[in-house]
Design a protein around this ligand. Structure first.
Ligand code: CU
Length: 276
């Protein structure tokens, strides 16, 4: 791979008095040259929540990205019951080709860039017929416990639906701002955005499909691959036998009903919580 210059940006961090260290390359700062290093030194004041950092030059953000988790100040609780566990879930895209070649070709031809070959949930596309890794990301849960998923859309350009079969999601935070909690089947997240959801393992112990698929309401090409992961119950409900790993493997995967399809234009509008 050719060495490339890179610049890292943090979405949503208020860079008080360090604004020179955030923004697109060549505007507020020169990119970091190959072989060089740069330490971003900034103070986060009065902020907490889930945010995204990614490379901010050309299309390097396709793979150079990650989560920023700012916890509340010590002793200050969440404005909702504390979850049993917190899990970062990064949704992204995957290309077979070099993404720099893809964007350079588009800039040269003036045509839309090629779309990605798969979507991913924590780096895995899940059960995709053209991919040798069939496993995908697994979210282990214990019956009766509540988990907070810090969902991040790190895709380049695509808005993504997120859904877990049989389980409601309670949205508690969007873009590092607490919201009045509301329940939904499906979350829609735009690139660069984050959503924290609570999910309680209160269904029959088993395996449930987790899915991320794109939303597009314009007649342009889009990667229409659905990324999948699995929610696994590892504990047992009171009065029900402990599930052994081999038993769990044999259980049928519970599929989500009504995963929004591409061009499901009504869904984003329906997703708006009712104002009260
Ligand atoms: Cu950005």
């Amino acid at each position: 791979m050719t060495p490339v210059r890179v610049f890292l940006g943090r979405h949503g961090i208020r860079q008080l008095r360090t604004g020179w260290a955030d923004g697109p390359a060549y505007i507020t700062q020169c990119p970091i040259q190959p072989g060089q290093s740069f330490v971003y030194n900034f103070t986060i004041t009065g902020q907490r929540g889930t945010l995204l950092w990614h490379a901010h030059i050309l299309w390097l953000r396709a793979t150079v990205h990650g989560a920023i988790v700012v916890l509340p100040r010590r002793g200050i609780p969440y404005p909702f019951p504390a979850p049993h566990k917190e899990v970062v879930v990064v949704l992204a895209e995957w290309w077979k080709s070099d993404t720099e070649a893809v964007i350079n070709e588009a800039l040269k031809s003036g045509l839309a860039p090629n779309v990605s070959d798969a979507h991913t949930i924590n780096g895995h596309p899940g059960a995709v017929s053209t991919c040798s890794s069939q496993g995908g990301f697994t979210l282990p849960v214990q019956s009766g416990k509540t988990y907070m998923l810090r969902l991040i859309n790190a895709a380049l350009n695509e808005e993504l639906f997120f859904k877990i079969a049989g389980h409601k999601l309670t949205v508690v935070e969007v873009d590092a701002i607490y919201v009045k909690p509301f329940k939904t089947d499906t979350v829609l997240i735009a690139p660069g955005q984050t959503t924290n959801v609570l999910v309680t393992a209160q269904k029959n112990p088993g395996k449930y499909l987790i899915a991320a698929s794109p939303f597009m309401d314009a007649p342009i090409a889009v990667d229409n691959m659905t990324a999948t992961a699995t929610l696994h119950y590892s504990g047992a409900l009171a009065n029900s036998p402990q599930l052994s790993p081999s038993h769990l493997r044999r259980m049928p995967l519970q599929l989500p009903i009504n995963l929004p399809i591409l061009y499901a234009a009504l869904t984003p509008r329906n997703f708006q919580p009712k104002s009260q």
